[in-house]
Design a protein around this ligand. Sequence first.
Ligand code: FPP
Ligand code: MG
Length: 308
Amino acid sequence: MVVTDNPQTPQEKVPFDLPAYLQQRQSQIEAALDRAIPIAYPEKIYEAMRYSLLAGGKRLRPILCLATCELAGGTTEMAIPTACALEMIHTMSLIHDDLPAMDNDDYRRGMLTNHKVYGEDIAILAGDGLLAYAFEYVAAKTKNVPAQRVLQVISRLGRAVGAAGLVGGQVVDLESEGKADVSIDTLNFIHNHKTAALLEACVACGAILAGAPEADLQRLTRYAQNIGLAFQIVDDILDITATQEELGKTAGKDLQAQKATYPSIWGLEESQRQARQLVQAAIAELDSFGEKALPLQAIAEFITSRTH
Ligand code: FPP
Ligand code: MG
């Protein structure tokens, strides 16, 4: 998607300590994830699920869910099971993405990939286990939220994961590999589904849990769609510019796999410009929320400045 320049009036910038915010949220989420899946019999599968789920990562998806729930007047407690479920879904998608049948990757989050440690069979099952548990977890653990909202969240998660979301994006991604003539529309389809759909679900679920009015839900959804695509453009840029140590996964993979990327179509500079514009468009959607939206605003800005 090409966004037109959006001239903004310079505004007084309210300071917000994003690193402190992220750190506080990350430790909250780490603890919740650790509690969510204790080891049980058969130990091997729980260990494999925990291996990838607790391997660190930015935890951006659960943080977005918590931040949006709070922006819309809800509490952390209302959103924490959904936030954990979103990270379980994200993790399972990466376990499957790294499999030999897909991207055949050896490293993820600075560690060996799940199938390298546990074997392909267990890695597939660990992904399946995490996906199923994510839905169970939302249904069983969400407290102090009307059942109708929980149902909406479950439906939204299902849509983000299935053929209308991650799965559909991954299919077109796999089909496009090695093709020299991938159009920008196809690339946008891939990433709107593979990356932006789940980020959108994070924000939408946070808003739904808090009972946000429809107009706010729409604004927040547009915010998420914009940061989702910006996030992917930056991912493509980092695949070229960052090192394996910075990324915690193999660098330069897109070129190696002959994948169409934003930099391969637009070049690096234009890709950076497009990412910045999408972030600006995302931030513009937050105008009506005032200072309550500072975390979401800072997260959007972080997307274009991140190094991994
Ligand atoms: C990473 O992309 C992969 C994803 C964002 C998701 C891929 C989706 C699937 C494997 C479908 C999973 C199945 C379900 C049921 C959700 P990338 O390969 O471009 O990035 P990377 O460099 O981090 O691997
Ligand atoms: Mg991959």
